[in-house]
Design a protein around this ligand. Structure first.
Ligand code: MV4
Length: 449
């Protein structure tokens, strides 16, 4: 049984977790940096503890301070949210060593999926299709040259400890392989203290489609469909939707079942995301995320399943209580990430929020910790809210999104809202006709006008 959860995060996701806890009759503990003393997640929680100064390295990443906050308040579980310590296997281990529940997968599964080479081997052995590439790590340049002959060009050199696009180098032809190999290895060593790299065939114009899974500790696993996260800029997702406009019902069922069976074999617990590149109707695994993701609400909206509630239940050892056949998908959902950034230059825009008005109405959700008079600190991620809409169809969701965007008022700081107002009128976007490079090209075209 879980009676008190310490939420090791801030902003909208700390509120999101607080809401699930309150609906389950669970007490909450907020932790915060000095800069976040007046933050909404601190105000709403039942108790709060200051864990350090402004810099996240000294507060939200400060494991001893967070464990001390757990002991002071008597929390029996820790929810890490996303970012910060959410995929830190050592943190999961330490939480459990202090006889508390880590609301997430086992430390071993976090570690496995954190090593992109080991993750690929594990999911491939469990039946998930992966991007063709080197057989594990390429230890030397000589090894890379040999392996590249089989993989073909263009190819990517990727860091085993990377992910999210860090430590990745493109080699267009054989003559550039040495340069890419050395650069990727050097960058990986500097960034992660681990220079292990592997090769993958480069997919030129894929979509980024990810499958959500949920597993309990009794061998029950369900997939909750996919999200299309192709609309991104510099590896930052901007807008996500579920279902993907590109998939047929049959394709969804087929990949979902492959993933469900594989995750069962792997013995995974909690929520997880299997990331794929999708090109010419084929899925290719790239990475698995072992955390709750920013874009989880679009899945919640089409399945009517509260992912944080389910995370907490399975972490406490409860059974899912339903099977894949009980999971139904309804309508279409779209999420816009509202960042405190200039909508065109993406320059950060921290500072004091003057007016704030949240949109409302049927099937409109705003996940945010914002309030009028709040000062957005410059020390953290610029995400200040997520606008999520649901409609019976994609067209209906788009109409609702345009309506909801028109209702939001945030003054005093720049936000990315004007970007979505323009994007929603683009014919290709309206058709769902986009890949992972589409948004960057669209932004360039916009800048010319
Ligand atoms: C790729 C790829 C093409 N081919 N792998 C970038 C982030 C990291 N998670 C994986 N990434 C990519 N891996 C192969 N074999 C293209 C990307 C990529 C990308 C992937 C998903 C979403 C946005 C992206 C933007 C640029 C490149």
């Amino acid at each position: 049984m879980i009676t008190k959860v310490l939420i090791a995060n801030r902003g909208e996701i700390a509120l999101r977790i607080h809401r699930a806890c309150k609906e389950m009759g669970i007490a909450t503990v907020a932790v915060h940096s000095e800069a976040d003393r007046e933050a909404m997640h601190v105000r709403l929680a039942d108790e709060s503890v200051c864990i350090g100064p402004n810099a996240s390295s000294e507060s939200y990443l400060n494991i001893p301070a967070i464990i001390a906050a757990c002991e002071i308040t008597g929390a029996d579980a820790v929810h890490p949210g996303y970012g910060f310590l959410s995929e830190n296997a050592r943190f999961a281990d330490i939480v459990e060593a202090h006889d508390m529940i880590f609301i997430g997968p086992s430390a071993a599964h976090i570690k496995l999926m954190g090593d992109k080479i080991a993750a690929k081997a594990a999911v491939s052995a469990a039946g998930i299709p992966v991007v063709p590439g080197s057989k594990g790590e390429v230890l030397t340049l000589e090894d890379a040259v040999k392996s590249a002959k089989k993989v073909g060009f263009p190819l990517l050199v990727k860091a085993a400890a990377g992910g999210g696009g860090r430590g990745m180098r493109l080699a267009q032809k054989a003559e550039y392989l040495a340069e890419s190999y050395n650069a990727a290895k050097q960058e990986a060593l500097a960034a992660f203290g681990d220079g292990s790299v592997y090769l993958e065939r480069y997919l030129g114009k894929p979509r980024h489609i990810e499958v959500q899974v949920l597993a309990d500790t009794h061998g029950n696993v369900v997939h909750l469909g996919e999200r299309d996260c192709s609309l991104q800029r510099r590896n930052q997702k901007i807008l996500e939707e579920a279902p993907s406009p590109a998939l047929t019902e049959e394709q969804r069922t087929e990949i979902g079942e492959i993933v469900r069976v594989a995750i069962t074999k792997i013995g995974y617990r909690g929520v997880g995301t299997i990331e794929f590149l999708w090109e010419n109707g084929e899925f290719f695994f790239i990475e698995m995320n072992t955390r709750l993701q920013v874009e989880h609400p679009v899945t919640e909206m089409i399945t009517d399943i509260d992912l944080v509630r389910e995370q907490i239940r399975v972490a406490a050892g409860e059974e899912l209580g339903y099977t894949q056949d009980d999971v139904t998908f309804s309508g279409h959902s779209i999420e816009c990430r509202i960042n405190a950034e200039h909508a065109r230059t993406f320059a950060p825009s921290p500072g004091k929020v003057c007016d704030f008005h949240a949109p409302g109405g049927l099937n409109v959700r705003l996940d945010s910790a914002l309030f009028a008079g709040y000062s957005i600190p410059p020390y953290y991620d610029s995400l200040i809210g997520k606008l999520i809409v649901h409609g019976k169809s994609r067209k209906g969701a788009l109409m609702r999104l345009r309506r909801a965007l028109g209702e939001i008022v945030i003054t005093g700081v720049e936000t990315t809202i004007p970007l979505f107002v323009d994007l929603i009128d683009d014919p290709e976007f309206q058709e769902g006709d986009y890949d992972i490079h589409w948004l960057e090209r669209w932004l360039e075209a916009q800048a010319e006008n």
